[in-house]
Design a binder for this molecule. Sequence first.
Ligand SMILES: Cc1ncc(COP(=O)(O)O)c(C=O)c1O
Length: 421
Amino acid sequence: MAARARPSPFAASLPARADAKAMDAADPLALARNLFSLPPGAIYLDGNSLGALPRATAARLQEVVRDEWGGDLIASWNKHGWIDLARRVGDKIAKLIGAEANTVSVGDSTSIALFKVLADALAHNPGRKTILSERGNFPTDLYMAEGLAALLGQGHRLELVERVESIGDDVAVVMLTHVDYRSGAMHDMASITAKAHAAGARMIWDLAHSAGALPVDLAGAKADYAVGCGYKYLNGGPGAPAFLYVAPRHHESFRQPLQGWLGHAAPFAFEQAYRPAAGIAGATTGTPPILSLAALEIGVDTLLHFPMAELRAKSQALTEIFRTLVQSRAAELGLEGVSPADPEARGSQISFRHEHAYAIVQALIAQGVTGDFRAPDILRFGFAPLYVRYVDAWDAAAYLVDTIESRVFDDEKFRRRQAVT
Ligand SMILES: Cc1ncc(COP(=O)(O)O)c(C=O)c1O
């Protein structure tokens, strides 16, 4: 990316670029960036969509492909522990989300994981027919709930509210995303879970924008279930398997409808009738994606080297620099902040609304600053604290201001919608 050869677009009272560089020099996490392979000069603010590539991943995948698959073939299931890999990665993810050991299953996608936990939640509250969620929740969560309700054919329905305040006595399960994918606003997990329980409902948390970005305490919050993506802050790679948590108190009764052979108590007995494996193993459906799991394990291991409290502190400082700088020019540029001003009330992203959001994001990408666009008018910037530097946050804010001020986004090529935004 070409160096930005323009004067600072921000007031002298705000942090200067040199201040950001000084923060990088003092950053205890600064060296973590070396664990990732990033294009030179890239300012990558999309780790909330697709995490960066850990340097160790390629070598590990080569080993699994060449030596294990290529060398030992099917013997690798036992010899190289492939059959236990999902459980091992699940236990590692558990440490990042405040879950007990043997409570996290890994595989499938977040959408499928949601289907499984929703089905169990509904089955345990047969007298209640409502799945309660928020209008702004991630669409797949709502689609899966609607699909399951239709499939069950027992009069279940999805009720959507702006914010979950009161929980009626027909609600079987409350399903929320912990950190909102558009605004970055974060729910209070413990208090909403307690409210759901007090109303006789179970609670599902989607941790897609939380896991690996901030401390999560599923056990402390007494959550019933959680799901989340492996490809965002967990750096597991495109289409990485998702995770699924079931609280230990529900293990004995846990049943999910996608009962495949590898969730059977004795898969290699090839029994005709399904008997669920005990505990979280019963959440498994089919053969685990070993290559993807091997990549995800490296992504999770990379995170586990660092204290989550330090990651959170840096993420809050990064988002604060970016938000403060952009906000200082927002009104005159037609930008409207949509993320909470209080760092404690948000995840690791900052979003703004602008009528030309799509074209602005494309123009930024052309200059080496990658954020993303979320319909209808949101510019979204994720700050993965392992590899984003303070100077990146400063530069990104300056590029954003320049891009809008100069109207370089006002070009046909930046308005053309691509399949993935
Ligand atoms: C909050 C949330 N839930 C679920 C998903 C989708 O998960 P998957 O593609 O693994 O089904 C996403 C994807 O961005 C998301 O942001």
